[in-house]
Design a protein around this ligand. Sequence first.
Ligand SMILES: Cc1cc2nc3c(=O)[nH]c(=O)nc-3n(C[C@H](O)[C@H](O)[C@H](O)COP(=O)(O)OP(=O)(O)OC[C@H]3O[C@@H](n4cnc5c(N)ncnc54)[C@H](O)[C@@H]3O)c2cc1C
Length: 497
Amino acid sequence: MQRLVILGGGTAGTVVANKLRAVLGRHELHITVVDRDDAHHYQPGYLFMPFGIYNTSDIVRSRHKFITDGVDLVLTEIDRVDPTYKTVHLADGRTLSYDVLVVATGVAPRPDATPGMQGSEWGNSIHEFYSLDGAQKLTEAMRRFRGGRLVVHITEMPIKCPVAPMEFTFLADDWLRKHRIRDRTDLTYVTPLDGAFTKPVASRELATALTDRQVGLETDFAVESIDNDAKELVGFDGRRIGFDLLVTVPLNMGPDYIARSGMGDELNLVPCDQHTMASLAHPDVFVLGDGGTLQTSKAGSVAHFSAEVFVANFLATFRGQPATHGFDGHANCFIESGNGKGMLLDFNYATEPFTGEFPLPVVGPFKLLKETRLNHLGKLAFRWVYWNLLLPGRPIPLPGAMSLAGKRVEDDVSAAATGMPTAVAPASPTPTRPAPVTKPARPRLETKPLVTTSAKPAAGAPARKAGAPVPAYESRTAVNSTADPAVILPDPIIPKF
Ligand SMILES: Cc1cc2nc3c(=O)[nH]c(=O)nc-3n(C[C@H](O)[C@H](O)[C@H](O)COP(=O)(O)OP(=O)(O)OC[C@H]3O[C@@H](n4cnc5c(N)ncnc54)[C@H](O)[C@@H]3O)c2cc1C
């Protein structure tokens, strides 16, 4: 009997276990899921907690209740994988052998990776909402906030749900207005990207949404450290951004066991085929969800769509047939925009997010990249869909592969056509004599004076290590699955989405 071991009982791992168990009996395939605990978090719910919309009981459920009978659930920490001997070593000393391994352990925020992030202000004026604990503490901080400089910040890309910090900004704007302290608050969005988002049309639409809300936009900001005494973000280029309340998204990384197993890149992401999700180094290892190097969003929708492709191919191979399914990078994300409205993104490897209707032309009913009440209701309904349809592996009335139907495809997505700032070649400081990095004059997207202090002369600005300044948007029509991941992802901490 074949043995399938699934590492991680989050979104992707649960979907795969349930879908396969529904088709293959226990006598045909032995399925084991390993996770560290029995608490399954609906992570999109973290976003709503600081605004009092959800509380912990809305987003945490018992993990084992969502994993079907006939699947072994092992609750312990994963220590390491030995791909040569096809074994998984668990922290409690047990060893699991596998024929096929699914790595679905996702990514997690790592505030320890940025100097000063976990300094004296951590939990006081520095917060994050990418973990349950962080979202709970931020809920208290928002209640205490009486106005001042509120900075929403992304440390480095890629992060899971790359629109979540933007959503937080929109919700914060709405919340501050309702609490009548918006006029006493400077709200600034600080990103390492060269625009509000990574693709021209989405970037244009989202920058407009920030403009409408009088939110300052600080782009190309590569954080070097956080000065707790001065309460400032310090950039590698010398810029300093002051805050009274900092809501940061720390570096997102795969778990350390990936590094101990020698399977990942510097962010502990496992390089994988863009269409089959097979590890490029180990063909009997598949990486689903956030933990791989798929050049699409790290999102629950991607975990779900790619898991469906994996299951179809697994079943074909199991029955001695060729695996014919290929994942197209489809991602579908609602963007909560506050005031009871939301937007929607739908895209894949080959097609960037466009405006239009979804899923049907003209009738929609959802609007792409446009704020509507229905998009907001779709976002809220997703929680029900997640617990009741997606996790149990039941069919969802959403096509796994992306469709162009309803999309208003813009031929010219160049910087000029979309109003994006012209990309500027990054200055590269030399290690021996760090040169001041002056931000070149160019069209800016912010609508009001930023709360940043003026860029300091960066005499002491150290050379940036990984992830140099974000390069220009590169049009890409497809991905080459067989290429070396270093070629696919020239710099893996720069997102293509
Ligand atoms: C604030 C926020 C908002 C989001 N909003 C959206 C949204 O609106 N739409 C959307 O589609 N997606 C959203 N996402 C992203 C979505 O939640 C993730 O993309 C999705 O959960 C990824 O699934 P996964 O299976 O790869 O990883 P996860 O669901 O994170 O599961 C990984 C599992 O592995 C386990 N694990 C990790 N390491 C170990 C170890 N060493 N030993 C044992 N177990 C381990 C963890 O406990 C976890 O259960 C959001 C995420 C966040 C943080």
